[in-house]
Design a protein around this ligand. Structure first.
Ligand code: NDP
Ligand code: GDR
Length: 326
């Protein structure tokens, strides 16, 4: 039985990856940070099947101790401060988690688990103000937020440690991926939750930022499969993971509101408070290397993804409404 260590297991991707690794008969150890109240909502269904250890990307010794103790075969470094707007509010902390957190993980691996295979969660935000379209593994980076800059550090230090110390370290450059477990502040979930609240009479309007922005959105369940496949190869490498199709936030609004027979124009208010100091206008990925080498392709398309998310939020918000009525 292989052992996998997953940082960020309480996040969207961590929970889907843990589902996948359990299906593949791994021993799954999730790293969680100590909080005054547990936030295990996304992994509640897995708590009997996974092990949890306490550690923090800010604390080097905790990472070394965890790796020495559990002796992982594979390490998936998904933990990060992942919300782009917060990276302007807390730029130094973002650098500590999202950039230096990666080298702390790599140093721990080098000292305590040098044969473990390592996955780094890199991001399409590294392409930012894009140099070419679509973006592939060779496209130069031009990050547009403290988050994007921190991810560029995480990406290059992963490549550098692979080349310097001959580690099996891979960087997955993942484009946006979403699900009913997505955090409420990210645009897809903000919209699908807002649609459910409006449809069920809990709110009237939805305040949005730049609705012209375009992203390449896929399903998180499909994307974690690509992470796993990267670590099963003979050689470590870097891969872009994307659907190859870009949609605007406006198209997202049309689909999500349309799914419950509402017209988004009657409910959406553009609020300059949600605009970013520097925006990433248009991202679309070329995942042909992943298709060729990993045999990876997304299964769930954008329409299906948004319908799934609206349906899930209708059910969730519906339960809240029903509980209030009791
Ligand atoms: P989430 O924000 O849902 O989850 C982030 C996770 O990181 C949480 O489990 C959080 O723990 C944990 N975490 C944050 N800071 C620390 C810390 N100091 N020590 C330990 N754990 C910490 O992100 P996603 O699941 O969406 O994304 C996973 C990774 O992939 C992130 O690195 C993200 O930047 C990257 N990424 C995501 C993409 C996407 O579209 N989803 C695309 C490309 C990259 P807690 O629950 O305690 O807050
Ligand atoms: P992103 O995701 O910044 O791409 O980072 P997000 O869903 O926050 O924004 C996508 C685009 O939508 C525009 N937008 C809004 N965004 C939010 N959050 N709220 C709004 O009201 C709103 N209105 C318009 C944004 O301006 C942006 O252009 C995500 C994160 O998961 C990162 O961790 C990850 O690395 C990248 O995806 C790939």
């Amino acid at each position: 039985m292989k052992t996998a260590l997953v940082t960020g297991v309480t996040g969207q991707d961590g929970s889907y990856l843990a589902d996948l690794l359990l299906r593949k008969d791994y021993r799954v150890v999730g790293m969680v940070r100590r909080l005054s109240m547990e936030n295990f909502g996304r992994i509640e269904h897995l708590l009997d099947d996974i092990e949890l250890v306490q550690g923090d990307l800010l604390d080097q010794m905790s990472l070394i101790d965890i790796m020495a103790e559990i002796k992982p075969d594979e390490i998936y470094n998904l933990a990060a401060m992942s919300f782009v707007p917060t990276s302007w509010k807390q730029p130094v902390l973002t650098g500590e988690f999202t950039a230096l957190g990666v080298i702390r993980m790599l140093e721990a691996l080098r000292v305590a688990a040098p044969n473990a295979r390592f996955y780094q969660a890199s991001s399409s935000e590294m392409f930012g103000k894009v140099r070419e379209t679509p973006q592939n593994e060779l496209t130069p980076f031009y990050p547009r937020s403290p988050y994007g800059v921190a991810k560029v550090y995480g990406h290059w230090i992963t490549v550098n440690y692979r080349e310097s110390y001959n580690l099996f370290a891979c960087s997955g450059i993942l484009f946006n991926h979403e699900s009913p477990r997505r955090g409420l502040e990210f645009v897809t979930r903000k919209v699908t939750d807002g649609v459910a609240r409006i449809k069920l009479g809990l709110q009237k309007e939805l305040r949005m930022g730049n609705i012209a922005a375009k992203r390449d959105w896929g399903f998180a369940g499909d994307f974690v499969e690509a992470m796993w496949r990267m670590l099963q190869q003979d050689e470590p490498d870097d891969y872009v993971i994307a659907t190859g199709e870009a949609r605007s936030v406006e198209e997202l609004l049309g689909l999500a509101f349309g799914h419950v027979d509402l017209d988004w124009r009657e409910h959406v208010v553009v609020d300059s408070g949600f605009l970013r100091p520097a925006e990433v206008d248009y991202l679309v990925g070329d995942a042909s290397k992943a298709k060729r080498i990993l045999g990876w392709e997304p299964e769930i398309g954008f329409e299906e993804l948004i319908s799934m998310m609206v349906d899930a939020d209708m059910e969730l918000v519906g339960r809240t409404v029903a509980a209030r009525g009791r």
